[in-house]
Design a protein around this ligand. Structure first.
Ligand code: C5P
Length: 219
């Protein structure tokens, strides 16, 4: 079975997807982490973030790996573990520019489809239900109010020693959503056959249980 979860930044996609994958024994594929790892490498190598060709070449040269080590989700690029570096406000600021490039998306699409072909997967991102896995068995669109999403992201960053303000995080999320929605190639959009879940007033476990119920109904 293939499950697609899409939605705006901070809606809880990865937290929920990880738990659902764990409950079902599925492989979890975090496509946002793949775009973030590429952005990190591009900044390190001083590649122009608007140059789709150069970015796609970087991605072809340095493979992105998603793996689980000691029960922890890890992201590597060129065999370097970048898990700790890809969630910083700096990467969040630039990732949508990288993800808007057509050549980058074409290469990612191939990689993501081949990852999904391996078996039971739950994949989260922005264009999974619409573009990467249009034939997914279950499609979910997770959302929440901007206020709530910013609050969650801010609290998460505080635990990592973040010193910026709540307003900054809210701005960052709003501008990233706008860029992701307005880009030409595979923009963030709810698939016609996706089920909308607004998580604003729900706990993580409530959302997870809702999705597990939908999986059961499908089976
Ligand atoms: O999910 P996450 O917030 O980590 O994603 C980071 C960014 O990667 C998104 O804001 C978006 O620009 C890009 N992305 C995308 N398509 C996906 C997943 C992520 O364009 N399927």
């Amino acid at each position: 079975m293939k499950i697609a979860i899409d939605g705006p930044a901070g809606a809880g996609k990865s937290t929920v997807a990880k738990k659902v994958a764990h409950e079902l024994g599925y492989v979890y594929i975090d496509t946002g982490a793949m775009y973030r790892a590429l952005t990190y490498k591009a900044i390190q190598d001083q590649v122009d973030l608007h140059n789709g060709e150069a970015l796609a070449a970087l991605l072809a040269k340095y493979p992105v790996e998603l793996l689980v080590e000691n029960n922890q989700q890890k992201v590597k690029i060129n065999h370097q573990d970048v898990t700790e570096y890809i969630r910083t406000p700096e990467i969040s600021k630039y990732v949508s520019t990288v993800a808007a490039q057509e050549q980058v998306r074409k290469t990612m699409l191939m990689i993501q489809r081949s990852l999904a072909a391996k078996g039971n997967v739950i994949m989260d991102g922005r264009d999974i239900g619409t573009n990467v896995l249009p034939d997914a068995d279950l499609k979910i669109f997770l959302t929440a109010t901007i206020e709530e999403r910013a609050k969650r992201r801010y609290q998460e960053l505080l635990t990592k020693g973040y010193k910026g303000s709540f307003e900054e995080i809210k701005q960052e999320i709003a501008s990233r959503d706008k860029q992701d929605q307005e880009r030409k190639y595979a923009p963030l959009k709810q698939a016609g056959d996706a089920i909308l879940i607004d998580t604003s007033k729900l706990t993580i476990d409530q959302v997870v249980n809702h999705i597990l119920q939908l999986v059961k109904e499908y089976q």
